[in-house]
Design a protein around this ligand. Structure first.
Ligand SMILES: [Zn+2]
Length: 214
């Protein structure tokens, strides 16, 4: 999980939110006013097409599931509240379901300082607060599927870093761009950034001859 910033709500949502919410409540929560392309696309650009919780990259064609941070079953009046919407992969979405404990809310990637709740070491995630522990456990952020996927991504970035360090000129520049891209919008950014930072610190500690390789 990494920090996300809320963008401006799509115009169609701003114009229709009240009407859509009223219809949703009147219909006994049977309509799906959030499931429109403008909403999905705006959320996909906020999250770089990744799950807001586990940061798995999702297929561009599906955009994953629209996720209600405060569950719509408990907070039906927030069904198209822009600040309550994000994207999640189906694993996180299903694991989170309608769970809501006001005393221990899930870590919110838009509102909370992630590092106060979760830390990353290699492919693993650790809770550093009660809310971090709760989020980690409920969303199963260290299940084998996700740990293996994060591990694969870290191996790829390590491969790129090694090639970067041993190359020069144009190739080195291109590899540098690839590494930047992976750090900004690839999957598992939180784990990747921590890995690269830790590795860079280790290189700097190892001596001045390799201090400026990144
Ligand atoms: Zn996820």
């Amino acid at each position: 999980m990494r920090q996300l910033e809320k963008s401006a709500a799509p115009d169609s949502l701003k114009e229709n939110a009240e009407r859509w919410t009223a219809r949703y409540l009147e219909s006994g929560q049977r309509t799906r006013p959030w499931a429109i392309d403008a909403i999905k696309q705006a959320l996909a650009s906020e999250t770089a097409g990744k799950c807001a919780y586990c940061e798995a990259k999702m297929l561009a064609v599906s955009y994953g599931d629209i996720e209600h941070f405060r569950p719509k079953r408990i907070f039906p009046e927030l069904v198209v509240e822009w600040a309550n919407l994000t994207l999640a992969c189906s694993r996180c979405n299903q694991a989170k379901g309608a769970k809501w404990d006001p005393a221990l809310p899930f870590v919110n990637p838009y509102e909370d300082a992630i590092q106060e709740h979760l830390s990353f070491l290699g492919p693993l995630v650790f809770g550093v607060s009660d809310r971090g522990d709760y989020t980690l456990n409920e969303l199963e952020l260290n299940d084998s599927h996700r740990v293996e996927a994060r591990d694969r991504t870290l191996r790829e970035i390590e491969g790129l870093l090694r090639r970067y360090e041993s190359s020069q000129g144009y190739t080195r520049d291109r590899l540098g761009e690839l590494i930047d891209l992976q750090m900004q919008s690839g999957d598992f950014t939180a784990a990747v950034l921590t890995y690269v930072r830790t590795r860079k610190a280790a290189i700097n500690l190892s001596g001045p001859q390799t201090a400026n390789t990144m």
